[in-house]
Design a protein around this ligand. Sequence first.
Ligand SMILES: NC(=O)c1ccc[n+]([C@@H]2O[C@H](COP(=O)([O-])OP(=O)(O)OC[C@H]3O[C@@H](n4cnc5c(N)ncnc54)[C@H](O)[C@@H]3O)[C@@H](O)[C@H]2O)c1
Length: 364
Amino acid sequence: MTQASSSAPNKKRIAIIPGDGIGKEVIPASVQVLKSAAASGGREVAVTEFDWGADRYLRDGTTLPSDAVEMFHRDFDAILLGAMGDPRVPTNVHAADILLGLRFKLDLYVNARPCVLFDKRFTPLKDRTEKDIHFMVFRENTEGLYVGMGGNFKKGTADEVAVQEDLNTRKGVERIIRYAFEYAKARDLKRVCMSDKSNAMTFAHDLWQRVFKQVKAEYPEIESSHQYIDNLLMQMVRDPSQFDVIVTGNLFGDIASDLGAQLAGGLGLAPSGNIHPGQVSLFEPVHGSAPAIAGKNIANPMGAVLTAGMMFEYLGWKPEAQAIVAAVHAALREGKTPAELGGSMGTRELGDWLSSFVAKAGVR
Ligand SMILES: NC(=O)c1ccc[n+]([C@@H]2O[C@H](COP(=O)([O-])OP(=O)(O)OC[C@H]3O[C@@H](n4cnc5c(N)ncnc54)[C@H](O)[C@@H]3O)[C@@H](O)[C@H]2O)c1
């Protein structure tokens, strides 16, 4: 999952988009920790902040500027985003323009969502430990039901018809399935499970079946399996230890990875990457803007901090990534936890604690 960067190996240019709600709290904590890790590793990060989100949209109508995609390709190695969504914008138009716009226009076809339990105290599953919950969900990120194809007929009447289309291309399905196998191969992981609903969605998901059959034949050393999405969700709860890598479509991956996040301790702990291998990619915590708890300094910043670690790993800064993960492990071990995990640490205080832990422990 690493990128051949266009900039100097010891200096990375990171675009920061805190966004809305708790994004504006967890991203500063994350930036504090990533700067600490970079400095400890003798590296340099140049961060540039963008104020895109509901406030800006309500002020002057800006969502994703027309030159943004070109700028990110030209001037940045990666993007770190908080969350988008604000009750003052009920249509969510700014969020769709910015987040889905970046995913689609930067062609970030891999949504990588690791589900890793750091401490057995935090899983809601009985008698499960760290070794049982350790898998990756790869969600196709540029197609499926999220492309916005469809429409309404006779909207607002009793005869209304609403259509939302599930778009799947041969190229799109193949590249995400292949990425899942390549990821497993590079890490010596033994199992890849593809999930769809081909028993009911007999056109679109039949394509997934045929492509999976073809691609898996190229990786005979990896045990490949298939589960319908309803069964997959049940199996994730029944026995999560059966999974190393799950690969699925956009909607199903969105749902499965939220379930996985909860199995691993909660949304506030879950990181993710939106990736186009070898190109500028976008990293964000899995959670949304959580308006009900925004502005109270109680959001868990660990997901955003781990997201920075994922970003560093992608950029080839593995020791710094490991230092960030080690700091979160230490915080959980020492009970330095926010309300979500039963503790009382504030978002800012936890950012301070994690960054000074990284600075003290150093990068090895
Ligand atoms: N990628 C994104 O930007 C993204 C993802 C999901 C939802 N959203 C948006 O966020 C808004 C709220 O959506 P939602 O409520 O469905 O999802 P959410 O993730 O914001 O919140 C779900 C629940 O988890 C809690 N939670 C989430 N993150 C937390 C954290 N870091 N620490 C502690 N608790 C946390 C919330 O308080 C809430 O109870 C909506 O506008 C939605 O569209 C954005």
